[in-house]
Design a protein. Structure first.
Ligand code: ADP
Ligand code: MG
Length: 320
């Protein structure tokens, strides 16, 4: 049983009093005739999601960034968050740096901390975030249509290269390591993009576990499949330092990029390219949504001549 089977078996129930429950980047509830509330929570555990000696200022940024990214994936405007902390010890230098990183990002997006919980325990940081969306305009995972283009903001894979370096799978030169570390530790939540995609994208999510696994979530919810073209994928420049096999893994199955992946009708191509330019966020059309044939994978990757590429890795799963 994997992480998603576990959620499906033990925790998925009909969402009474909610417009949208488990299964997307956030849940949705109506708060007035005109607005919906989007709510999401993410937990980061030392030794699991970050190295226990991680720079606390960067960690403060990252914990909030991954939550803001879920709001971006819904097209929501984030407004408030709560913070639950388990701390192994009272370390004021750590707390000062952590809160500095946290509030620098919070201030940048005008989100306010309105509560939380603090306890002693193994270092764990959990943030719950809430945002608002004009009713009916949220970007769901379930709206992709056959024939839609698949887009990503990017480039992709640098955060995965940082993890590969830290875990000893590759040895990167110091300047490249620094750039990859920055992508891993300080992801940029694509909030302006998410909001601008309301009414344009048919489905969206943020890339936390790698596009192969994450795009499969859109396919499951939208009852379709997807094809990616490897020559259209935006490889991060830093991946030139990796072997072809590892750079393929980084770009397709590397987590932690927190870019957005979305689908949209081909009628919107020009509009989407113009949007990327105006937001200075490069957007790449990397594939298309197709009908799902039984027995075939939800996400297929094709090479430049149309042959299927073997992808012997899957998205990150905590219980694999
Ligand atoms: P994301 O990567 O966007 O944060 P996840 O992959 O963590 O989303 O979770 C997938 C879906 O399952 C989400 O809708 C999330 O809210 C839900 N979920 C995860 N864990 C639980 C749980 N213990 N109880 C109820 N719902 C859960
Ligand atoms: Mg998400």
């Amino acid at each position: 049983m994997n992480e998603f089977d576990l959620i499906a078996k033990y925790f998925t129930r009909p969402a009474v009093n909610a417009d949208l429950g488990i299964g997307d980047d956030a849940a949705l509830m109506s708060i007035s005739a005109q607005h919906q509330l989007a709510i999401s929570v993410d937990m980061l555990v030392a030794g699991r999601h970050f190295f226990a000696d991680a720079d606390p200022e960067r960690l403060g940024h990252k914990c909030l960034a991954v939550n803001l990214s879920d709001m971006a994936a819904m097209g929501a405007k984030p407004t408030w968050f709560t913070l639950s902390l388990a701390l192994p010890a009272m370390d004021e230098a750590w707390l000062a740096a952590f809160s500095r990183g946290l509030f620098a990002l919070a201030d940048q997006h005008a989100v306010s901390l309105v509560g939380g919980d603090t306890t002693k325990g193994p270092l764990t940081i959990s943030i719950q975030i809430a945002g608002e969306i004009p009713s009916g305009q949220a970007l769901l995972r379930s709206g992709a249509q056959i024939g839609d283009d698949v887009w990503v903001s990017g480039p992709l894979g640098a955060a995965a290269a940082a993890v590969m370096h830290r875990t000893g799978r590759v040895a990167l030169p110091p300047d490249i390591t620094q750039r990859c570390d920055l992508r891993l530790d300080q992801p940029t939540p694509r909030l302006a993009l998410g909001m601008a995609l309301r009414g344009i994208a048919s489905a969206a999510l943020d890339l936390s576990d790698g596009i192969l696994g994450d795009l499969a979530h859109i396919c499951e919810q939208s009852k379709c499949a997807a094809r990616l073209h490897i020559d259209l994928m935006p490889y991060a420049e830093e991946l030139k330092e990796l072997s072809p096999a590892l750079s393929l893994e980084a770009v397709l199955a590397g987590g932690d990029d927190y870019e957005l992946c979305f689908t949209a009708s081909s009628l919107h191509r020009q509009q989407i390219l113009a949007l990327g330019q105006s937001l200075a966020t490069p957007l790449y059309r990397v594939g298309e949504i197709i009908d799902h044939q039984p027995q075939s994978p939800l996400v297929q990757v094709l090479d430049a001549s149309g042959g299927v590429i073997a992808t012997p890795f899957t998205g990150f799963d905590h219980f694999k």
